[in-house]
Design a protein around this ligand. Sequence first.
Ligand code: ADP
Ligand code: GLC
Length: 485
Amino acid sequence: MTASQINVLFVVSEVYPFIKTGGLADVAGALPQALLAEGVRVVTLTPGYPSVIDALPAGETIHEFPDLFGGPARLIHGQAKGLELIVIDAPHLYRRHGGPYHGPDGKDWADNALRFGALSLMAARIGGGEIAAFKPDVLHAHDWQGGLAAAYLRYGYEHGPRTVITVHNLAFQGLFPSSFMHLLKLPPESYSIEGVEFHGEIGFLKAALALSDRITTVSPTYAAEIRTPEFGMGLDGLLRVRTERLTGILNGIDYNVWNPATDPLIAANFDARRIAPRIANKAVLKEKMKLETADKLLFGVISRLTWQKGLDMLVAVLPTLLATGAQLIVLGTGERALERGFMDAARIHEGRISCVIGYDEELAHLIQAGADALLMPSRFEPCGLPQLCALRYGTLPIVSRVGGLADTVIDCNEMAVAEGFGTGVQFTPTVGMLEAAILRTTALWRNQRVWRRAQRNAMAADVSWRRPARHYAELYRELLAERRR
Ligand code: ADP
Ligand code: GLC
């Protein structure tokens, strides 16, 4: 093992605070800084969406390409918000109004294969040593969008960096018709079971899982789950074959963004030694959300409203939740039917249930600081970040026992409470078990001494990036040592 600096190229399609649709952006925004402390320099390659280009006004052009899948492109290198970035400025691919993956009409961009094929190809060219400004030892792609980088390297270069793919969500696989082979400039021999082919299509994530030196995912439990047909989404067979190369490393949260002692977005700051001021946050939150003022157990939800997150099960158990006397705040956006379900409930049960449809970071902080418990009934959850923020803010996470939720919350069962260990509640994700979890949470709440102890335990848990960063640094070192042998 050497103490010398390791150079890593992150390949990622969203980075907080420039552009975000989910937890992937949070990871990309915070992990590089934590890795610096471990002797790892990360340069992040990301598409030049308008908000990203705007963030790099003083960036330097380090390379120009006359044609990148149908138009000119250049690579811009610069620093922003403590991150070192290489941005692909390719106006024909990225300079548009809408999200990173969808147009304003909510439909996938029709040329996503090329948009993220270009991200992968640029990654491979940097990885292959063609760009003087940065020659990485390790190319670390995140999710399917950078997945083809491993294929471009395997089929186009004799020598290259070691490669890592991190799976943040196996549900998104980047599948495209085989007719894109030519447009993506993939050699015909790569269209095979060992390469990019997946059930008659091109699989971006499949290619990375087959061809990368290491596979990681964002929790140890998810790493085990995805090797089973139940959670493997058709890729479990390949993941079983590659078991020796697959590990789980938990996510952390950015302590600069999520710190109840200094958070400027909440009404009253607090910490593990002084939890009492939380009550002021609860009062402000309830007033803002027009909830009745009597002190009731207040559940919060901060989530994408999709099947993954299991919130249809929460709609189904609202009568039980209301019967206990509890209150509920939902902040989220996603599937129309779920949005309507929560909006209807809020209208019918005014003062008891409140709902904000949309993305609102400030409100997310206030919910973390003012709610008593945070509900996450996910059907599957690679890691999950809101439960980590909840722990840090003394909001007890009530979570299904899957993926990263299983790995980060300690259930307040009888024994854990007796021994003074618990930090939340876990349940099997079914309607019946969610109902039981709500009843158990209510019982815990009635014993404020036990509740306070659980809050203290929660707030004492280390959910920073320190430990995960150390694991990633170890993984990079192992990989580089393998090459030297
Ligand atoms: P996923 O990426 O699957 O959506 P994660 O739990 O990894 O789930 O990350 C979700 C991130 O997005 C967290 O930082 C969470 O606080 C945030 N978030 C989700 N929905 C909203 C919302 N409606 N408003 C504000 N923040 C949200
Ligand atoms: C994905 C997963 C989520 C995870 C996030 C960041 O969006 O759904 O569980 O926390 O990626 O790794």
